[in-house]
Design a protein around this ligand. Structure first.
Ligand code: ZN
Length: 185
């Protein structure tokens, strides 16, 4: 494999695993043929379009006190970066992997910490992964610090339009984290 091919393949594997796909390796031609026989999708061209990931957001409407407090803090972030009011929502995030024939291959709940929905310009943060329930007695500082990684990750998608698993996304996140504290002056 040429270096470029190897790099591209590594990226494909990282993306597939990030998406919750179990990647299995064929040690030789015999295995490869067996996997093909059982219709196991291959990475690369054949993988494209073999499934789609469909997110479901069950937005929390009846907010608890700690959820209201957290979203109040996120209001400062929205203001500081000049974003839409109520950009942030707390939700139960789930997703389906749907095959091209409509069959749901896999369903997961609470496996994603956050999602930026670029169509509706909304950031959904998963209720379970935020761990707000244990923070009732904590300071704002604690709440902001505990959730900063997820929030800044989604802000990078939203503010700079970057994609997961890329160097530009890492850089965008770093850039945002450098200025994030200013939201809470
Ligand atoms: Zn992301």
């Amino acid at each position: 494999m040429r270096t470029n091919d190897a790099e591209r393949r590594r990226q494909e594997i990282a993306e597939a695993e990030y998406n919750g796909v179990c990647v299995i390796y064929a040690p030789n031609k015999l295995y490869e043929n067996a996997y093909k026989y059982y219709n196991i999708p291959q990475l690369g061209a054949k993988m494209d379009g073999s499934y789609t990931k469909v997110y479901k957001f069950d937005k929390h409407e009846d907010l608890t006190d700690i959820e209201k407090r957290f979203l109040g803090l996120m209001g400062k972030v929205e203001k500081r970066y000049g974003l839409d009011e109520n950009l942030f929502s707390i939700a139960d995030i789930g997703y389906d992997f749907v095959a091209h024939d409509g069959v749901v291959l896999k369903h997961s709940e609470h496996q994603t910490a956050g999602v930026y929905d670029s169509v509706d310009n909304k950031i959904y943060l998963d209720s379970f992964n935020l761990h707000l329930d244990g923070m009732q007695d904590k300071s704002d500082f604690y709440i902001v610090m505990s959730t900063a990684y997820t929030v800044c990750h989604e802000l990078a998608h939203c503010l700079l339009g970057t994609n997961d698993m890329t160097k530009t996304h890492d850089n965008a996140m770093k850039q945002i984290m450098d200025t994030y504290a200013n939201c809470f002056e």
